[in-house]
Design a protein around this ligand. Sequence first.
Ligand code: SF4
Length: 562
Amino acid sequence: MILAKYVLLSDLTLLHDYRDFPLLDFLPCAPSNMMPGVVYRFLQGKESPPMDNGESLRAPYALRKIEAGLLRDHKREEVAVPHSKYIRDFIKDDTEVIGVTTMDPLGFGPLTMSYSALFGTNSFAWVRKEWEELLTRVASARRGKKAKIVVGGPGVWEFTIAPEELDKFGVDYAYQGESDDIISTLFQQISEDSFDSNLFFNGYMTYDDNFVRSFKDDRRFLSRRPGIRMYPTLDDIPDIVRPTTKDMTEVMRGCGVGCDFCEVTLRPLRYYPIEKIVRELTVNAKAGSTHAWMHSDEIFAYKHGNRFEPNEEALVELFKAVISTPGIKHTNPTHGRISIPAAYPDLVMRLSNIIGAGPSRWIGIQVGLETGSDRLAKIHMPNKTLPLKIGPDGSWEEIVWEGVRNMNLAWWRPAFTVQVGQRDETDEDNWSTVALINRLSESYYGDRPFEFTVTPMQNVPLGLIKSREFSTIMLTPAQLAVYYASYRHLAKMAQRDAYESGKGWFLGKMGASSLIALGGRAMLRVVEGICRKQGLDVEKVKNYGLAGNRRIESLHQLAQAR
Ligand code: SF4
């Protein structure tokens, strides 16, 4: 085994393939008292296998970037990414730093919170159970040794609310922010407990409920000193050198659209050049990947033009380059806005033709729908519709409807998220979201029903997260109605599509498909029970916004449904 100076680990939840079913990656957000361990472990699927030396063949993309950054200044044998089975074998007396990247360690993420709010439970979600299992093992392996433990990644904000969770497992520091350019310096200074105050400060950046940013001192945290170099430039970002889980490859960082609830928009835009993307894809392809997830927070912003008009030629060049990379046979972007398919159907079709989308190869993409309310959309995300505008170019609902139709025509299947508990939200806004979900669910393009999923996410004020009393969140009937409409549509989709999706051996796939279809129905029954108990009229929710013709095939019929 390698005796590494730096040992890199990640959330155990990020290491599995989730049987390649769309949305199953969200499985660890479920409360552990509602999702039996045996079902959870089955649906998690396989973990990436170990290599002969005990390291993991694949690792999450964020971890691969840290690894690549360290390898600029260190020898290969000094940096290790162990397989989860062999963690203890890599943490030795001369290990200096154990770096752990995490997404949602304490279960405070909006999807995890949505289950807590809905089921009224303070029971730990699987994400937290798995985090605690990992940190227990790391703390035990480190006992009596000099190695420092540092956690980083997008989930670090959760420790700003519960810093005692760092102490519980003897974590020395939580690092917040991007670190590609300074990772070697950071690890070296962590090992020495001595920090260059021109580069780092002991504290973290936080936001209040109005998303106003401030900096707080805390010796347990490390952040880049606020100033001109808070983010790496494109040239500072290294290429990955080993393959990633989920065949992930980044194509850009930042977004710039400016939604007022989103931290990504505060980061500078950096577009990866095509050559860099192809180099990283090749690393995955050489390890056997035939698929490529193109990661960004907004694919249509790739080298965008004025008013966030899509740069068609840049997108075409990107998609062509990805699908032409030797070994890559299919690809999906991770996230995108709905207004671009609404306004540029030809572009979406062109991209589909390039990457070979079709009836047996749907392009899944996560789309933040957030609300069905024009009023709320204008408050929180006025630019998300650009270059269209709510008003002159139709209502938000019309833009979304047109976008789904154009996506489906080109064999794209959006996985929507909607928010519940947004600032300034009224009951009327939530009922607008219910109406939008119901109308999309009853919409058709030609003979086919609209293909989309919708997942509700809960916004929880930080104060309530701090108090740990998630179960005291009282969802209003209108908020519950959004949950019910979403899970009703999800059950319909699970029934319709579960057997078409997923990969793997026949019985495994059939087992997972059956569980998903069954799970969709069971989840709907549970949610319906909660709604009835709270006095919500579920018949009203089922029919809300569907006056007149139930089947909607055009914007004209959509207007009639109102
Ligand atoms: S479009 Fe998406 S990534 Fe961009 S600011 Fe809005 S929510 Fe964030």
